[in-house]
Design a protein around this ligand. Structure first.
Ligand SMILES: [Zn+2]
Length: 389
């Protein structure tokens, strides 16, 4: 059995430009790997013209087709937050927000700090509405998870986040008849949340007095990676969503000290962990979030510098891995500030591989030996490489 690393720099691609972050970044180590044993390609994660989210993109990269395995973002967030979901449960991703007379003033309550958010969360920890237990679990900054547990619930409901400010918060609507009761319970819950949070005294200008919910998800147990592909896999990730998707597909998801899932993450700790886990695993999924965060902030320089940081750590992995795949889950052009459907530059390094003659960047990679291919091919290739087929 061979050892493979799947290194995902989230939102790596910058679209069809020869002036993207990957082209500009000084990456002597990746360049050398490419020159000696690297081939490139362009990955279309979901399909031509389809802009991926991070959750569905990762699910597809892990070899889990969306029509059978996509259960809604809330579920992956909940699993990532360490919540043990059961079949029948419904989970939402939630944001602390500020409303005034039901009008949304700020969708993140001024990006409230984690510590404060956790204190305020005590006031809305749990309630039972019409036999349904509803719990709120805060995660990082303004983010959290709302879990519903009870009989006859449905995830076929809309969220309460209007996705813009200066409009009324959206009432939860059922998408079919069966979901009517769940939607009513959510709307009652929203009123209770607001009443509870209004009572909390705070000096903040933007009072965290509401929760905006989105991405209703349900839970089902699915066959894990080991069962489906016969390989042992571990996720080295800081962000809850990525851990959640990895947990859903049965990867080990250890907590790594210093891996924060943001720009301040400890890359040394992450690469060391990846190196250590290669000893006992066939596949190490190593996730880097900051490249996507810089892109959303339209900070091209920051993205470039972070790729350079990753380059400083990568050689360590070549000492234990037989193959390393370097790519993103989707493109997030830093000039655009949001995800796009552009192919993601992809590089495969391996000791026995004859290099192609293209460079690993947004434009040239697509002309490499791997050409353009779909995200669903990634896990198939990983399994073949591991089993030496
Ligand atoms: Zn992503």
């Amino acid at each position: 059995m061979k050892k493979v690393v799947l290194l995902i720099m989230d939102g790596l691609g910058d679209g069809p430009t020869d002036n993207g972050s990957l082209a500009k970044a000084k990456t002597p180590n990746i360049d050398n790997m490419k020159k000696e044993h690297g081939v490139c390609g362009g990955m279309i994660t979901l399909g031509k013209g389809i802009t991926p989210h991070s959750d569905n993109a990762h699910l597809v990269l892990f070899g889990y087709p969306l029509n059978r395995y996509y259960v809604g973002r809330g579920t992956y967030e909940a699993l990532g937050a360490g919540i043990r979901m059961k079949p029948g449960d419904i989970a939402f991703r939630a944001n602390f927000a500020t409303v005034k007379d039901n009008i949304v003033i700020d969708r993140r309550a001024g990006r409230i700090k984690t510590e404060i958010a956790h204190k305020i969360a005590q006031h809305i920890k749990h309630i039972n509405i019409e036999g349904v237990d509803i719990t709120f679990t805060p995660t990082i900054e303004h983010r959290g998870v709302v879990l519903l547990r009870g009989k006859g619930l449905s995830h076929r409901i809309t969220g309460t986040d209007p996705h813009k400010i200066n409009v009324r918060w959206a009432r939860c609507k059922p998408l079919n008849k069966k979901a009517k009761k769940t939607a009513e319970i959510i709307n009652k819950y929203m009123v209770w949340v607001h009443q509870q949070l209004e009572k909390v005294k705070t000096q903040r200008k933007l009072k965290p007095n509401f929760l905006l919910l989105r991405g209703a998800g349900y839970y089902k147990k699915v066959p894990g990676i080991k069962e489906r592909f016969g390989i042992r896999a571990v996720a080295v990730a800081g962000g809850a969503l990525y851990k959640g998707v990895a947990r859903f597909v049965g990867m080990d998801t250890p907590d790594i000290k210093g891996a924060t899932g943001d720009k301040h993450t400890d890359l040394n700790a992450k690469f060391n962990s990846a190196y250590n886990y290669l000893r006992t695993n066939d596949l190490v999924f190593l996730h880097i979030k900051a490249t996507d965060s810089f892109s959303h902030d339209k900070d091209c320089k920051g993205k470039q510098k972070f790729i350079e940081k990753v380059d400083k750590h990568i050689l360590k992995l070549t000492k234990r891995a037989d193959y390393i795949m370097i790519t993103g889950d989707h493109s997030t052009p830093c000039t655009l500030g949001e995800h796009s459907a552009d192919p993601v530059p992809f590089m495969l390094w391996g000791k026995g591989i004859d290099p192609d003659n293209v460079r690993f960047n947004d434009v040239d990679a697509l002309k490499g030996a791997l050409k353009t291919f779909y995200g669903k091919e990634v896990m198939k290739s990983i399994v073949k490489l591991i089993k030496n087929e």
